[in-house]
Design a protein around this ligand. Sequence first.
Ligand SMILES: [Zn+2]
Length: 187
Amino acid sequence: MGEKKVLSMKNIVPLFIELLAGPKKMSELLNVIPNYMTIKSYVSELEKEGYVKTEEKFEGRKVIYVELTERGKVVAEALKKADWLANLPPEQIERFAQMKAFIHINSYEDHVTLKEVHLGQSRIVNVFVRPKGDTIYFYCDYDDSDDCEHVELMFADIELSDYLRGWLQKNGYHLAKKYQKYVDKYW
Ligand SMILES: [Zn+2]
């Protein structure tokens, strides 16, 4: 069926949000999709695309549990935050599904670690703060660059901005001119 189609299936948003609460028995998903055959086919498609995993347990009889994968959680969190999305046409939801998600993992003295999730792939990216004299430059170890989408995120993300502002308050550091475009755009 393919990833894009899966995310534009009817009632897929409430299904994701329901699963965000934790693993559910397949039968509990009848709350969201009132047809067991439809649920089974949805779960099977979602599992194929890596959004959920299933586990069979024997509780007197065979029970199938459905749980979001890490990738599924990223999508579900985003869908929940933007519940307006539930009312968008499928094409828009498809576009949303292709967006990159960034998760701020940790901040260190001289760098931050991000996890980037995009179309089921995830990678770790480190963005370093590299002062030259009193001027701050960045270095992204994934792009081997001092100006990329991860550097832009340092200005766009609230937590990362706080980290960066901490640097700017230290010893009168200032930003290299090339980053002024991000200050103008986000701050
Ligand atoms: Zn980068």
